[in-house]
Design a protein around this ligand. Sequence first.
Ligand code: GLU
Length: 434
Amino acid sequence: MSKASTAAPSPNALPSYLDAGNLGPWGIYLQQVDRVTPYLGHLSRWVETLKRPKRALIVDVPIHLDDGTVAHYEGYRVQHNTSRGPGKGGVRFHQDVTLSEVMALSAWMSIKNAAVNVPYGGAKGGIRVDPRTLSRGELERVTRRYTSEIGIIIGPNKDIPAPDVNTDGQIMAWMMDTYSMNQGSTATGVVTGKPIDLGGSLGRVEATGRGVFTVGMEAAKHIGLDVSQARVAVQGFGNVGGTAAKLFAETGARVVAVQDHGGTIYREAGLNVPELLRHVAEHRTVAGFEGAETLKTDQFWDVECDILIPAALEAQINKDNAGRIKARMVIEGANGPTTPEADDILKERNILVLPDVIANAGGVTVSYFEWVQDFSSFFWDEEEINARLVRIMRAAFASIWQVAQDHQVTLRTATFIVACKRILHTRELRGLYP
Ligand code: GLU
């Protein structure tokens, strides 16, 4: 609620568009920063830096629809922080995208990139559109106009978009082409997650799911969980959930439940993941998969499992369902799937949460490899990429685990401690301009 006020805001008051009272994704992020501030030592003097985006651009995206009318969509690109390097983070196309959401997602990118120590700040973009309502031509026009509008702030050395919810290699190809046309030469390094033939990297599509699996395996060792005997439940069966499910199933784990936008399926003996991936490629949903029981949407949270992987959208695990979750470990494939209240409930119940800002960092890590390969125009083989990815993820996870032990805090707080210190240290080294 806005209240009339004539008093001038204090010098450190948050800008009006950062409505901390509204516990949307941005409000959740601010709470996470507050939780970590006591651990930042002398760097806490810079913490205000993290509580506002460096730069936020709202753009109008008008296009001709196939029926000849003109439609306007709202687009955003937010650069939360660039202390450690250019902005980096995906672009999502979703009807519920808001500025607050994109700001939070951009901030989580700053944390994530610092947590795995890739030389980037954090950024994110989005268009408030349901891409399923667009024809292929309309989708291309929306993508190109949006890219042209945000072209004033992106670039291979400024801010590098990538795929996120409902965006893929083809969309990255259109973005790369539009940016390149506008500047008069091909700039492959302006986006990552491109098709291989356009300077994309081997292993990028599976990278996020592979990272989820890698940190899951590491954490399982710490809590004495035998993954080959584990039951896994996955929410979201796209790029992230699908790949993670496949890799867990390959170790012998049983993927017992999968939920997506079309339905929830269950099989106690374990679903055949390769066949389910084929079913989804054809039908675009897990619903209707032969040999599986159908559950009601809400029953997903009651499934008996050892590992739960939310790999869809934000705030899926909240105070209403956190008390029902049966898993020993939650691996956040999605960004922001657990609310702070749910985090507290899970902690209380001794359920280990591997937070998004480390668990799903595999995607941006291989995006970094793609960007490096584009700059040198020299491409690595998939084995090398996967080996480097696993090395980075394991090392990052080990240091975060240690910080969690040292301070007796959750892995989320530990990841924020490591990341915020890195960001604020560079902030301090660079100093304030002018
Ligand atoms: N959208 C992905 C994420 O949330 C990847 C971002 C990137 O590769 O830049 O981490």
